[in-house]
Ligand binder design. Structure first.
Ligand code: SF4
Length: 300
């Protein structure tokens, strides 16, 4: 029997959540697929008692923070996020102490410890809306300086103090590479993720979260150069072969952490033979939940 059929047959009420950057075979068995915000919102409403997360560690932590009564399993325990891990916790504690009157807004791509010290959490698709809705005029944003700068341009009336972190995958693309692809595909829209640096976002036709890029591809009948992790391109190619898409820098826009999870890992996690059950101490969970609750409140 094919492993995909075996997963479906053995699920027994387990819900599989998969990030859009996962491979097409994993996405084909997922009950919920989407970007971090879609997965977080789905996690808050799930009925099932057991959830397998196909993505990276912070995504499984978000599910556990919002659904502590569920058994949450990260399909591949080695899948982390270098951007989430770039925040020095002691430095963050010192910043919090020194600037206690300025709210800390953290990207969802952070560890549970970072979320616990933050006031509000955001995703790339919700950040502008949430920060606009916050009453404060000044805030600290972490960890992605690229996303933070992009938000700042959209909300000039607020002062955003940036942390010096980034996604090494998106940040690796050069402006010259983006321009070259635009010259090569003159009829195509260049749609990039705001985790790309400003040399790239400044020449893009559309800058937005994974969901925005997917909507653009699905809703408009135009060729699109995809400037985010290659999983989105692979998903479109596997499911919508009629769509004309190109991948920007296919050798660079590959997140090795996102690619660590295999369909075999999913089978093992579903059947209880593998994966890691996520545990978070209750005090940290409740603090982190406050920042996620604020995200869901302002985001909705
Ligand atoms: S693509 Fe970047 S932000 Fe996303 S998991 Fe990989 S390193 Fe982290």
């Amino acid at each position: 029997m094919e492993i995909i059929e075996k997963i479906i047959e053995n699920k027994n009420g387990t819900t599989i959540l998969a990030h859009s950057y996962q491979s097409p075979d994993i996405l084909s068995v997922a009950d919920v697929k989407g970007d971090s915000y879609m997965l977080a919102k789905a996690a808050a409403k799930l009925d099932s008692k057991r959830v397998v997360v196909c993505g990276v560690r912070f995504m499984a932590e978000v599910v556990k923070i919002l659904s502590p009564e569920k058994e949450v399993v990260l399909a591949n325990p080695a899948a982390g996020c270098p951007m989430a891990d770039c925040v020095d916790f002691e430095k963050l504690q010192a910043v919090k102490k020194e600037f206690s009157n300025i709210p800390i807004v953290s990207y969802i791509n952070t560890t549970v410890q970072t979320k616990a010290i933050s006031d509000v959490c955001v995703t790339s698709s919700s950040a502008v809306k949430i920060i606009k809705a916050m009453p404060e005029k000044e805030l600290i944003f972490l960890p992605d300086r690229n996303l933070g700068s992009w938000i700042q341009k959209r909300i000039p009336e607020k002062k955003i103090i940036l942390w010096d972190g980034c996604c090494p995958v998106h940040n690796s693309v050069l402006g010259s590479e983006a321009k070259r692809e635009k010259r090569r595909h003159k009829d195509a829209f260049l749609a990039v993720h705001p985790e790309c640096n400003s040399d790239v976002t400044s020449v893009a036709d559309v800058v937005g979260a994974t969901s925005t890029i997917l909507d653009l591809i699905m809703d408009l009948d135009v060729p699109v150069i995809i400037g985010t992790e290659i999983g989105v391109y692979d998903f479109i190619k596997a499911n919508y072969p009629e769509k004309k898409v190109y991948q920007l820098c296919p050798d660079k826009l590959v997140c090795k952490d996102m690619k660590l999870t295999t369909i075999e890992n999913v089978y093992d996690a579903v059947t209880g033979k593998g994966g890691e059950v996520i545990e978070i101490d209750e005090e940290t969970r409740l603090l982190a939940k406050k920042s996620l609750d604020a995200m869901l409140k302002y985001g909705n």
